[in-house]
Write a protein that binds this ligand. Structure first.
Ligand SMILES: [Zn+2]
Length: 539
């Protein structure tokens, strides 16, 4: 699909499709008065706390507070994104989804999705039937993985050789070009093209809609590199992709927390041990874009770090990225692993329960901040405590104003023996703005994928600077630099909506957000966002 879905179509859907019809195919409902009641599908509901109003076309749960309209229900219940929800509802109503302003690149991306999907199928088939698959199968069995988990994650096998994909998918000029653009083949100095992934176990990397966009491949012996990822392509951007997020959403009815680990093997191994809410970054540190994505999926993120010095340094650096996301509704915790362990080896060693109790004891970011900063100071001395205050205040200043921030200041006050009022005064003097509207585009995943009309994201299109410039700043191991935020300081060029004129949904949303910046700095759950979209679409 290409282009933007017109607002009028969303209104049409709300007119044509009865919310009761949609929900009652998924949740048993009983009529009482003008409304319908049933057991809430979003929490463990013993009494029917879930009510649906056909007049208002909304649902609400008095138990867990879940609420929204037609589209948000489909997004939440079916675990699909906005566009897929619209498509599902449209097909229910027998309507074609119209689009505005077709994207010239959409066709090219569609072809890329198709070629990646075909490669995915070829790798999976090879794991089942290629004559040389034994080593791959042995490797996976050696890691204790069952067929069920291999299937859930769509694991595959890229056989040795140089032209497996040409043999499987064709070697006409068109296919060759697409394979190259999808990062599945590489071209050497002599201009010869060959398979990027050879003799590796293949981990398909999926987007939130479940479409494969790239691959990770792990070697079967000691050769280097141990892990190889697809390069950046039109479909795949490392800095906003998390391996396993789609699978976690599918596995958990409500994603209460997400564990962030380093490698895809960790994600798969943890799932094998029943811990099916782990995701992995793909060769980068956790970025603001990752956190933005996560803050829309869950209320708590636990990030794993090695317990050694390098791990603590990495954790310190990560804090800078995390602080602007902390709020009363979204918490981040740190799990420092015992020496010499990764999550995979730890869960194998200790088992599911011990690992889960480690997660429960993971250090809240506020405590991690103080502890990490205390590493270098002597808290028994006055100058040490003064130094801690000097180090911690600029960091705390990055946390959006919230009860959480206030508690951090309380705890700093206690530790450093500085009066809270003095800390507040110092904080004001620092003039470090907590997350502002301008800083938010950093956190919005730059989506090249125009076929993916994510309204929340599309609404910032006009605020975003040149995407290439943004990406050139994301080096492999460096945190998303704060400087990026500065780059985006330029005022938005967008025209604000004229109340007397119909405006595209995107403009109205952007306007709404600029009026209420807290909508962005305080992560809120999907139902609320969806409701926002619905309300705006209908207003
Ligand atoms: Zn509920």
């Amino acid at each position: 699909m290409a282009g933007r879905i017109p607002d009028s179509f969303i209104e049409t859907l709300n007119d044509r499709v009865n919310i009761v019809d949609v929900i009652s195919t998924r949740v048993p409902l009983k009529k009482s008065g003008r409304e319908y009641h049933g057991r809430c599908p979003f929490h463990d509901d013993s009494s029917p706390s879930f009510s649906v109003s056909p007049d208002k076309q909304v649902y609400h749960c008095f138990g867990c507070g879940a609420s929204g309209g037609l589209i948000s229900f489909i997004m939440e219940y079916d675990k699909v994104d906005f566009v897929s929800a619209i498509e599902n509802l449209a097909s229910l109503a027998g309507l074609e989804v119209p689009t505005e302003a077709a994207d010239p690149e959409a066709g090219q991306r569609k072809a890329l999705y198709e070629i990646v999907e075909r490669a995915d199928q070829a790798f999976r088939k090879a794991l089942k039937s290629n004559p040389n698959r034994v080593r791959a199968v042995d490797y996976l069995k050696g890691r204790g993985l069952t067929g069920t988990i291999a299937h859930r994650f769509g694991l595959g096998y890229a056989p040795d050789g140089w032209r497996f994909l040409y043999d499987q998918l064709g070697n006409d000029a068109q296919t060759k070009k697409q394979l190259l653009e999808a990062g599945l083949t590489v071209v050497n100095a002599q201009g010869r093209e060959y398979d990027r992934f050879r003799e590796r176990v293949m981990f398909p990397i999926r987007d939130i809609r479940g479409r494969t966009i790239a691959f990770g491949g792990r070697v079967l012996d000691d050769s280097k590199p141990k892990y190889l990822n697809s390069p950046e392509t039109k479909l795949f951007h490392k800095s906003d992709t998390l391996y396993g997020l789609y699978e976690a959403r599918q596995a958990c009815r409500s994603l209460d927390r997400v564990l962030v680990v380093e490698g895809y093997m960790d994600v798969v191994a943890l799932a094998q041990f029943g811990i099916d809410f782990a995701v992995a970054t793909l060769g980068t540190a956790l970025t603001g874009q990752h956190l933005d994505r996560l803050s829309r999926q869950t209320a708590q993120v636990i990030v794993c770090f090695d317990g050694d010095k390098a791990g603590r340094t990495a954790a310190k650096r990560a804090l800078d990225t995390m602080l602007p996301f902390l709020s009363d509704e979204f918490s981040i915790r740190f799990l420092f692993l015992p020496d010499g362990h990764d999550p995979d080896s730890l869960v194998r060693d200790e088992g599911n329960e011990a690992f889960l109790s480690r997660l429960n004891d993971a250090l809240p970011a506020s405590e991690a901040l103080i502890r990490l900063l205390s590493d270098d100071v002597d808290l028994t001395k006055i100058d040490g405590r003064a130094r801690l205050t000097a180090l911690a205040l600029p960091k705390i200043a990055k946390v959006p104003a919230s009860i959480y921030r206030s508690l951090m200041l309380d705890s700093l006050s206690e530790l450093s023996g500085t009066r809270r009022t003095d800390l507040d005064a110092r904080l004001r003097d620092l003039h470090i703005e907590p997350t502002t509207v301008e800083s938010v585009p950093t956190a919005i995943p730059p989506q090249n994928d125009g076929s993916d009309i994510d309204v929340e994201i599309a609404s910032f299109e006009s605020l975003r600077p040149d995407e290439d410039a943004l990406f050139s700043d994301f080096s492999e191991s460096v945190e998303p630099p704060i400087e990026i935020e500065d780059e985006i300081d330029a005022p938005p060029t967008l025209q604000f909506p004229d109340p007397n004129k119909p405006e595209p949904l995107v403009n109205r949303l952007l306007w709404l957000v600029l009026q209420n910046p807290t909508l962005l700095t305080e992560p809120f759950s999907i139902p609320e966002r969806s409701r926002l979209i619905n309300i705006q679409a209908l207003s």
